[in-house]
Design a protein around this ligand. Sequence first.
Ligand code: PLP
Length: 406
Amino acid sequence: MKPIVKSEKLNNVCYDIRGPILQEAKRLEEEGFSLIKLNIGNTAPFGLNTPDAIIHDIILNMKDAEGYGDAQGLFSARNAIVLDLQTKGIMDTGIDDIYIGNGVSELISISMQGLLNSGDEVLIPMPDYPLWTAAATLAGGKAVHYRCDEEADWNPDLADIRAKVTDRTKAVVVINPNNPTGAVYDREILEGIAAIAAEKALIVFADEIYGRITYGGAQYIPMATINPEILTISFDGLSKAYRAPGLRSGWMSLSGNKKSAASYIEGLNMLSNMRLCANMTAQLGIQTALGGYQSIKDLLLPGGRLKEQRDIAVEMVNHIPGLSVTTPKGALYCFPKIDCERFGITSDEQFIIDLLREKHLLLVHGTGFNWDKPDHFRIVFLPDRETLKEALKRMGDFLAGYKQQI
Ligand code: PLP
C-alpha cells in the first residue's frame, strides 16, 4: 500500500514536549521502571489539586452542560472574566471581547490561524513556550525568535525585537510570567515592547496564564494595562493557578485598539463558530474560580508549597558543579544553564536521554523550547520537597561522572 504521509504543513513544526524523549520514557515505563517526571507543568500527579469549590460547582450544574453553548463561551463565565479583568485595571474589555476555548492552547491556534497569511511573521520569545512557534508555523506564518537575555534576568532584549521587525511582521508574543525561564517582566520592559508594537502597528499576544503565580514580591503587570493604542490579546485559564489542566479551559480577551481589527475579529468569530463551542462542563467552574478567595496564594507565600519547592530547586541546582540557574520570580519552572564544555555536550537531547536511561529522571532539553544552543534544560518544580530533592540528587550524581559520547 502507498505510504500514508503527514501533511507538508507539519514539516517545519517542531513540538518536542511530547516528542522522541517521551518515547524513550514510555519504553522504560513499559519495562516496569518508575520515572520522576519533571517534564510538563501538570499539577494533578503531584497532589496539587483543583480547589473543591470549582469541582463542586461543576458537579452541581453538570446537567446544564449537555447542549452546545455560545461559541464564544458561557455568559456567566465571560462576565466573571470581564470583572476579573477590571480588578486588574483592564476596563475596556466587554463580554463580546472574550473567547473561551478548550485551554489556552486551542486559542493560541485560533489566534494564529485567523491572522497569518503565508510568510507573515510573528515575533516569539526565545526560549519560547513551543506551542506558539508550532501554531504560527502551522498557520502558514514564520516564527521569528527574539532573544531573552539570561544575563538580564531573562528579560526580552528590546533591541533584538526592534531589529527583527520587518514589513511582514504582524505581531509580537509576550509570555509573562514566563515558561520556561520563570522571568516576570517589569513595567519598563512591557512599555518598551508596547512602544515597538505601537510604532510598527503590531498586535501584542500576551500569554499570561501564570499571571497569578509570582514569588517573593515580584509583581505581574498585565500587558493590556500598558498602552491602549495597541491591540492586546491576553490569555489566561484554569490550567495553572486553578490546578485544573485536565478540564481544558482557557480564555482570550481583546483590549485596546479593537477598531482597527474588525476584519481579524470577524475571523476569530468564524473560527470559534467552526468548532461550535468550548467544553461546556469546564466553563461551569470559571465563575467560581475567579471569584472570592484565591487559594493559589497559600502556595506562593513563604512556607507555601510552591515557594519552598522553587527555593529547593534553585539552591540544589546552583550547588551542582557545572550548573547554574537564575532564580525564577514566577510560574512553575526554571531553566538551568549547563557547562557544555565540561561535560562534552553537543546535543542537549542526547544529554536528557542519557539522564533518563541512567537515573530515570525525565526533563526537557533547552532546544525543545527553540533555544539556539545545547546549553540549557527546563526543570518543573511541581513535585513535593522529598521527590524534588531526590530528583536533583540524581542529577548531581549523574553529572559527577558524565561525558557525552555521540
Ligand atoms: N501558555 C503557556 C505559557 C503554558 O506554559 C501553557 C502550558 O503549560 C499553556 C499556554 C497551555 O495552557 P492550556 O492548558 O490552557 O492549554
